[in-house]
Design a protein around this ligand. Structure first.
Ligand code: NAP
Length: 534
């Protein structure tokens, strides 16, 4: 029997969440803590997603930790949106600065985590057979870390190479002279296609659902903007913390109906020129009212038709079946322009579905598309996937997969009834993927740290969400989604619809990060109401 490492707390994952959680639990509460990370390096999503064109959609000056003034003052971003190398440099800087690395074990994948009721502690096993015993278990595994490869018949016979964007090879992929097929046109595919097209001999984009996209307008940050950031850290932080999505800009107070059609078009035009997710912030009712949303949707569809020269390709790209931002809205660099290149073709899978993958390519109903490389930009088993693959069992040996058979149920996205002292950073039921993630992560990590600190000060051994509190919260998550147009895209990954057999439950909390923070603070202030503190 391998001897177990005993700890106060074990954190799984060394991305934005796990790094800060380690710092808080170890350096603020004085606990013994280790982080287990499957990858050989830190970085989480940014370690894995190194596909061509990968870049954060949040603006760099807000895509960072705000907890340390010194850290804010010593780091400067170079571009409007940071790419993986710069984000990884930042996270490595954070790890060095706070001496985090000595408590992280890399290349260590968790395969089982069981709650031992008699001992009130978690027993965690890794792929290589190591064992850890910890009072608190924090899953900091991210929301989009379980890559989904669709079950298309014939993949095993494909004679070329295939890759998933979320598990991109570190050495890169050489597309030169190759015929490439890309499946998927979400945020990832929309970033990847323009860059792949620049080096590939030919790129075929296989589109199942057409998507809106607004130009990102990435650029190096000017000295004037850097100066503004240097002298406005507090203000930027306060804007991020007070807006629904945690971004560094406010949503306009006006509604679409407050302006004339000409004014509205001018507002959209200016937002299109400015670029980025701020397009969504042009009117306060864009995600609340379908009629208001239609005006933005029509504006973007008209832009697509204007940019794309081939009328049939333009029609297929603009044939979008859901409201703007009801699926996660991408931003791009020359995505629609890419279809004007001679070496790029679009296949509309609604009209011409995939039949199978063959040794030499992809066969759709109408023809064979010969390919050397297939790129799966097909997304993730989002939010629940990363947690379910940890093999978590709670009270009475209950598997998390069993507890969530009808869909995830959590209290505040922080805890699951029956799984005491297990905390999830940005778990299902929290605003998470609807926000600028580091802002949501800081809030969760600080709340979890506060909760564990409270437990230790008050001699509380065990913290567990009450079933009634979780059921009540699940209802609130549903209600919040139903007040928005997000509920109208039932085929989005927010509902788990991209994974066959996954329960259709709207997973993130759409009520806004600021409101959510107030709810969490209130729960804590009331002695952790809704949690059994035993
Ligand atoms: P995604 O949004 O789930 O998109 C996956 C794409 O693959 C969709 O177009 C989907 O079509 C298609 N697809 C899936 N299975 C398919 C099949 N069997 N046949 C044909 N097409 C199939 O995944 P993603 O683009 O990787 O993005 C996931 C999330 O990651 C984003 O929404 C965002 O939150 C995050 N992300 C962020 C950034 C950033 O900040 N820069 C970049 C990339 C991703 P359907 O739409 O029909 O399902």
């Amino acid at each position: 029997m391998v001897s177990a490492t005993r700890l106060d707390a074990l954190v799984i994952g060394a991305g934005f969440s796990g790094l800060y959680q380690l710092h808080c639990l170890r350096d603020r509460l004085g606990l013994t803590v280790k982080v287990l990370e499957a990858a050989p390096e830190l970085g989480g999503t940014w370690y894995w997603n190194r596909y061509p064109g990968a870049r954060c959609d949040s603006e760099s000056h807000s895509y960072c930790y705000f907890f340390s003034r010194e850290l804010l003052e010593e780091w400067e971003w170079s571009e409007r949106y940071p790419g993986p190398p710069e984000i990884l440099r930042y996270l490595n800087h954070v790890a060095d600065r706070f001496d985090l690395r000595r408590d992280i074990r890399f290349g260590t994948r968790v395969v089982a985590a069981r709650y031992d009721e008699a001992a009130n502690r978690w027993s965690v096993e890794t792929e290589s057979g190591e064992r850890y015993l910890a009072t608190y278990l924090v899953a900091a595994v991210g929301c989009l870390s379980a890559a989904s490869i669709p079950d298309i018949p014939g993949l095993e016979d494909f004679a070329g190479r295939w890759v998933h964007t979320g598990e991109w090879p570190r050495e890169g992929v050489d597309f030169r002279g190759k015929r490439v097929g890309q499946i998927g046109t979400g945020s990832t595919g929309i970033q990847a296609a323009p860059v792949i097209a620049q080096s590939a001999a030919h790129l075929t984009v296989f589109q199942r659902t057409a998507q809106y996209s607004v130009p990102a307008r990435n650029q190096p940050l000017s000295e004037a903007f850097r100066r503004y950031v240097r002298s406005h850290h507090e203000e930027i932080r306060e804007v991020c913390r007070s807006t629904p999505n945690g971004h560094p800009f406010r949503i306009a107070e006006r509604k679409v109906s407050d302006v004339t059609a000409a004014e509205r078009e001018a507002i959209y035009e200016a937002a299109w020129e400015k670029g980025g997710l701020q397009f969504r912030a042009t009117f306060r009712d864009l995600v609340l009212d379908k009629a208001a949303n239609d005006t933005a949707a029509e504006f973007i569809k008209a832009k697509i038709r204007e940019i794309v020269r081939d009328p049939e390709t333009a029609r297929a790209l603009a044939d979008i079946d859901h409201p703007y931002a009801a699926k996660r809205p991408p931003i791009d660099t020359d995505y629609f322009e890419t279809f004007n290149r001679d070496n790029v073709a679009l296949v509309d899978l609604r009209a011409d579905p995939v039949e199978r993958i063959t040794p030499s390519g992809i066969r759709t109903r109408s023809r064979e598309h010969p390919l050397d490389i297939i790129v799966f930009a097909t997304g993730f088993d989002a939010m629940t996937g990363p947690l379910l693959r940890l093999g978590i069992r709670g009270r009475g040996g209950l598997a998390l997969a069993e507890a969530w058979r009808a869909g995830p149920s959590t209290y505040l996205g922080l805890q699951v009834p029956g799984f005491p002292n297990l905390f999830t950073v940005t778990g299902p039921g929290s605003p998470s993927v609807l926000t600028n993630m580091p802002i949501a992560i800081e809030q969760h990590v600080e709340w979890i740290t506060g909760c564990i600190g409270y437990m230790r000060r008050n001699g509380v051994a065990c913290c567990e969400a009450e079933p009634a509190a979780a059921a009540g919260w699940d209802e609130q998550v549903n209600e919040a989604a139903n007040k928005t147009v997000l509920a109208l895209a039932r085929h989005s990954w927010y509902f788990g619809a991209n994974i066959p057999g996954k329960p259709r439950v709207f997973m993130p909390y759409a009520g806004g990060l600021a409101r959510y923070r107030a709810i969490c603070d209130d729960v804590a202030a009331r002695g952790y109401a809704g949690f059994v503190m035993a």
